[in-house]
Ligand binder design. Structure first.
Ligand code: TRP
Ligand code: SF4
Length: 400
């Protein structure tokens, strides 16, 4: 089988904020020390919705890379690159488009939603319809096994899996595959071989997904198999083909949701965001002017933290003691709202301080960032080219 690998991307459509940090980046930072990771700026994806605003994409791309580095993505551990600098993504997108049913794209829940939500933009474009397919190419080209994403992206990962499965089915024919697979079954040992055959039948004849998973687990554990045989047997479960592309899994971001300053989801378009490297004075002012429980008109009016967006920030930033202090002090009008906000101000500034520090060297010397990205693009490209060799060959395109 192919080794574990993590791939994820973000669209450069504006400044990153602390919601992105808590919702996604922290997860990336944790993963980078556990598994090989590739993180990229999805600039083509940004163009699918912002095709009429190219200036924002270039600026946001460089700001985004600096934000990642500032937050703690470490280029000596993770590979950082820009999607459009690895043109193989586009080639795979094109090739996958040949065999992708239109209905899969038209039915993607993000498709209709976004067309309605972003009514100010004309998204009835070919590029926007293909958004999830380009995303599939981004991941499949690295044979990634895991994709850290938010809940909203899960249908896209499901679609990637279907696309990979369909590709393997259509193009994974190998001369003599059946015999090679049967020989590999024997190498499992008689007990495992029997179980494998039963599970395969249960899946292929009755569509029993649990049987498929059980058989896959059996193969993962079978130490007696060579990698190539294991790959064949994975393919044999689903038909008579070998695996060229890998079906990735969604790795849901552990829920650490940071709401915006008004209690709604943090979003630049709601005007309730704190950007990742916002100046301390501005952060302080924003938090000090945040709305609170409307029942606290006067300092002497008691309040209820559960009706206050400041409390939601305490839930992310404060320890138990401070939270108790807020609960009691608010309900008894023992503390004022500005007093209550101060620990949040302190915690946010403390979180951002090392980010400002790390960012400074990159702001002072932009060539550092360029060098990191150039290096990442080169590494990513090498991996992408390996997969593309197999893909072209499978699709009858290796004439040279
Ligand atoms: N669609 C993703 C988002 O909006 C961004 C993205 C593009 C992506 N390509 C990807 C995420 C590949 C994961 C993997 O968040
Ligand atoms: Fe909100 Fe704190 Fe004021 Fe209570 S004391 S209303 S929790 S800011």
């Amino acid at each position: 089988m192919f080794p574990d690998r993590v791939v994820s991307g973000m669209r450069p459509t504006g400044l990153m904020h602390l919601g992105h940090y808590h919702g996604a980046l922290k997860n990336w930072i944790r993963l980078q020390s556990e598994l090989p990771c590739l993180f990229f700026v999805a600039d083509w994806h940004a163009l699918t919705t912002h095709y009429d605003d190219p200036a924002i994409i270039e600026k946001s791309t460089w700001d985004m890379v600096i934000d990642w580095l500032a937050a703690g993505i470490d280029p000596s551990q993770a590979t950082i690159f820009i999607q459009s600098r690895v043109p193989e993504h586009a080639e795979l997108h094109l090739l996958l488009s040949m065999a992708t049913p239109l209905g899969w794209l038209e039915r993607a829940p993000t498709y209709k939603d976004q067309i309605e939500n972003l009514a100010t933009r004309d998204l009835a474009t070919y590029g926007f319809l293909g958004y999830p397919l380009l995303q599939a190419a981004d991941v499949l080209i690295y044979r990634a096994t895991q994709v850290p994403v938010g809940e909203d992206q899960v249908p896209h990962i499901e679609m990637m899996r279907e696309i990979a499965r369909r590709f393997n089915h259509l193009y994974g024919k190998e001369p003599g595959f059946e015999q090679k697979a049967l020989a590999a079954v024997k190498k499992l040992g008689s007990k495992r071989a029997r179980l494998y055959a039963e599970l395969r039948t249960a899946y292929r004849q009755e569509g029993d997904d649990a049987a498929l998973e059980q058989a896959q687990a059996l193969l993962e554990e079978a130490g007696s198999l060579s990698n190539i045989d294991r790959e064949r047997l994975f393919g044999y479960l689903e038909g008579s083909h070998k695996l060229i592309l890998v079906e990735p899994q969604a790795k849901l971001t552990e829920a650490s949701r940071l709401p915006g300053l008004d209690g709604r989801k943090m979003s630049k378009s709601y005007g309730n965001a704190v950007s990742l490297r916002e100046e301390p004075a501005s952060v302080t002012k924003k938090i000090r002017t945040m709305p609170t429980d409307p029942a606290r008109v006067h300092r002497s009016d008691p309040g209820d933290p559960l009706k206050c967006p400041v409390w939601q920030l305490h839930e992310v930033y404060s320890d138990r003691n401070t939270q108790d202090w807020v609960m009691k002090g608010c309900a008894s009008a023992g503390i004022g709202c500005l007093e209550c906000k101060q620990p949040v101000v302190d915690a946010v500034l403390a979180e951002q301080e090392p980010m400002h520090e790390r960012a400074q060297q990159y702001l002072d010397d932009p060539t550092l960032v360029r060098a990191i990205v150039a290096d990442g693009c080169e590494k990513a490209r090498r991996l992408a080219q390996e997969t593309m060799r197999d893909v072209r060959e499978a699709m009858g395109l290796s004439y040279w």
